[in-house]
Design a protein around this ligand. Structure first.
Ligand SMILES: [Zn+2]
Length: 265
């Protein structure tokens, strides 16, 4: 570890284009830098949001973009949208396709459209050689089946991607890891009710863990119920250090290296 990178963090999943940041986006980004968050990966949820995300990545240093169509929007997604995402993916600051996935908790889109939109975008990511950022709620069995098939067809891939906001059990954890996925943890690990997940969190290999905020959502315990922002990724890293019984510096270094390896910058 060099002294310039000591203690730096990466927020691997933020929605900086969200309207919640319209009034003070500059200050939010400055606060993140002041909190040693060296890189923020801002994640689009559709074509318009993807455009806004790449614009933010152009505008600010240390911001990278992920673009894709969220499962909530799957019912209205067309092949033309996938073509638009494919075009936008050529942008030099786009590092992954996401967030894409299955959400059988909210079920804002019918399941068949969620599967279709997910598979379109997995194929796109494979074609472009980009990792994927996966959103999965109450659909791990279905997701594991889809990803097993996809990774089997693309064995050449080194890191297929990341399961964001990961909250799976021991068995699910093992299966994603076996396929080569990284697991990303957010502010919810600081919630008292989450203490039953500590064994799972301890079981994740150090070279497969990354941290995120998913801001403006899911603020850590300290700010619970309020707007989340990239600077608060520190609370997650600190809690992770506590749960795993290692120094904060170690978590910062490992998660930053992992993010860099996964997203390739
Ligand atoms: Zn998200």
């Amino acid at each position: 570890m060099t002294t310039e990178t000591a203690g730096l963090l990466v927020d691997t999943h933020a929605h900086l284009d969200a309207g919640e940041f319209d009034a003070d986006r500059d200050e939010v980004i400055t606060r993140a830098r002041d909190a040693s968050v060296s890189t923020i990966i801002t994640v689009g949820t559709g074509v318009e949001s993807g455009h806004r995300s790449t614009e933010l990545a152009e505008q600010y240093q240390g911001i990278l973009a992920v673009i894709g169509i969220h499962p909530h929007a799957a019912s209205t997604a067309t092949e033309a949208d996938i073509t638009a995402i494919a075009r936008l993916a050529k942008h030099p600051k786009v590092v992954a396709i996401g967030e894409i996935g299955l959400d059988f908790y909210r079920n804002y889109s019918p399941r068949d459209s969620q599967f279709r939109t997910l598979k379109w975008q997995l194929d796109l990511a494979a074609r472009l050689g980009l990792p994927v950022v996966i959103h999965c709620r109450q659909a791990h069995e279905e997701m594991l089946n889809v990803l097993r098939d996809w990774t089997a067809r693309h064995k050449e891939r080194q890191s297929p991607g990341v399961i964001h906001c990961f909250q799976g059990d021991t068995r699910t954890t093992r299966q994603y890891l076996e396929m080569g996925f990284y697991l990303s943890l957010g502010g919810y690990i600081t919630y008292p009710a989450n203490s039953n997940a500590h064994d799972v969190i301890r079981s994740i290999p150090a070279d497969r863990l990354i941290v995120e905020t998913d801001c403006p959502y899911l603020a850590p315990q300290h700010y619970r119920g309020r707007r989340n922002e990239p600077a608060y990724v520190r609370y997650t890293a600190e809690e992770l250090a506590r749960i795993r019984g290692v120094p904060f510096e170690t978590i910062a270094q490992e998660t930053t290296e992992n993010a860099r390896r996964l997203f390739g910058w």
